[in-house]
Write a protein that binds this ligand. Structure first.
Ligand SMILES: NC(=O)c1ccc[n+]([C@@H]2O[C@H](COP(=O)([O-])OP(=O)(O)OC[C@H]3O[C@@H](n4cnc5c(N)ncnc54)[C@H](OP(=O)(O)O)[C@@H]3O)[C@@H](O)[C@H]2O)c1
Length: 350
């Protein structure tokens, strides 16, 4: 259904029109470098600017040698305004500042930070206090669940990595009304260390992480609010989500194990039907059922693999895996770009 030949044809079609001018702010970071790597091979775009904070502007990016020949320049709003689409791969505060400015200047923005993800003002003020304004036509860009809105968006709030893995598994079940009422959802998630960005800290130092594993952010991680927002938008009602992230000694990848109780009579086959219906036209979602997916199956790809088990009493365990830097960040951002440009969403990613 989604063959490499189809993607190739689509890429050729994309290349036939004038390439879109795109720029990356935060190009020296983990997600920014992934963006440059993908965009340098993308047939429908040309990268007009790649910027960092300025302090490391003279830095070379050895991983991109022979893939991308441009220069890293200090952040310049004037240069960003020359692009049609700007990727913001910046800390929340810098993105909160730049997003509205660029949208006002007629530039379309894909923001990888959390600054514009929460729609409810009180939650946003708590988790992202730097966000002073959310531009009109801002869309939460979990691509598979928001294609029509993403296509017309001025600013796409690219979802967080944990919420992407979690909501792709949970939302179809929630939307189908299969979650038992008044039962908390539990999301127990593990992430590789690149999820914390390139600046090392005591927690993310190699000698702390290697050979260990720990929970963090219990009742205090902003992705919990984002997951609750996603489940609420699927069910139409508030649902409590107990989200506990863990840091594991991997460089990249997320595995979310989600514990739910289902309405009576729901079976593994019911979930299979719901997922197949939801992801009929979703090239990057692979449904693996009771096999259960692993991080290694999706690392360095834009896939999200989803598995599930249901017992006779209605308990269900969903397992969802992604690469945090691709489907959890830069890959999904390019997928959203493709939807915004009206081209095959696999372009540059397949
Ligand atoms: N890492 C992930 O898995 C992941 C997943 C989803 C979303 N995100 C989000 O994506 C964004 C980028 O994450 P990352 O992991 O790529 O971060 P990172 O590795 O720390 O890189 C940050 C980038 O932003 C630049 N920068 C920092 N402060 C700046 C400022 N005040 N003005 C302009 N540029 C500035 C840095 O430039 P210098 O090199 O000059 O410092 C660098 O290029 C964050 O908001 C993060 O929450 C990350």
């Amino acid at each position: 259904m989604h063959s490499a030949v189809d993607a190739e044809r689509s890429s050729s079609r994309a290349a036939a029109t004038a390439p879109a001018r795109v720029a990356v702010a935060g190009a020296t970071g983990y997600t920014g470098q992934e963006l440059l790597r993908i965009l340098s091979r993308h047939p429908a775009v040309t990268v007009t600017a790649a910027m960092s904070s300025g302090t490391s502007a003279a830095r070379k990016l050895p991983a991109l040698a022979r893939l991308w020949a441009g220069d890293i320049t200090p952040l310049s709003v004037d240069s960003l305004r020359q692009a049609e689409v700007v990727f913001l791969a910046l800390p929340d505060a810098a993105a909160a500042e730049l997003g509205p400015t660029l949208v006002d200047a007629g530039v379309r923005v894909i923001d990888l930070s959390g600054a514009f993800r929460l729609t409810e003002a009180t939650a946003r003020a708590r988790w992202y206090p730097e966000t002073y304004r959310v531009p009109e036509h801002t869309v939460y860009g979990l691509t598979e669940l928001a294609r029509p809105a993403v296509a017309g968006a001025r600013l796409v709030a690219n979802p967080g990595c944990y919420p992407t893995a979690t909501l792709l598994a949970l939302s179809p079940i929630a939307a189908a009304g299969l979650l038992a009422p008044d039962v908390d959802v539990i999301v127990d998630a593990k992430s590789g260390v690149s999820g914390a960005g390139k600046t090392p800290s005591e927690r993310t130092h190699f000698s702390e992480v290697h050979g260990s594993m720990g929970a963090y952010g219990v009742f205090g991680h902003r992705h919990g609010a984002e997951i609750e927002q996603g489940v609420a938008s699927a069910t139409g009602a508030a649902t409590v989500v107990n989200f506990v992230p863990h840091l594991v000694p991997l460089d990249r990848g997320i595995l979310a194990t989600i514990y739910v109780r289902l309405t009576p009579g729901t079976t593994e086959d019911t979930l299979a039907d719901v997922f197949q219906q939801a992801y009929l036209s979703a090239p990057f979602v692979r449904l693996v059922g009771s096999t259960l997916p692993e991080i290694k199956h999706v690392a360095h790809t834009n896939f999200c693999d989803i598995g599930w088990r249901v017992d006779a009493s209605g308990r269900a365990v969903l397992v969802s895996v992604i690469d945090n830097l691709l489907k959890g960040a830069s890959g999904q951002a390019v997928q959203n770009l493709n939807v915004m440009l009206g081209i095959d969403e696999r372009t540059g990613l397949w």
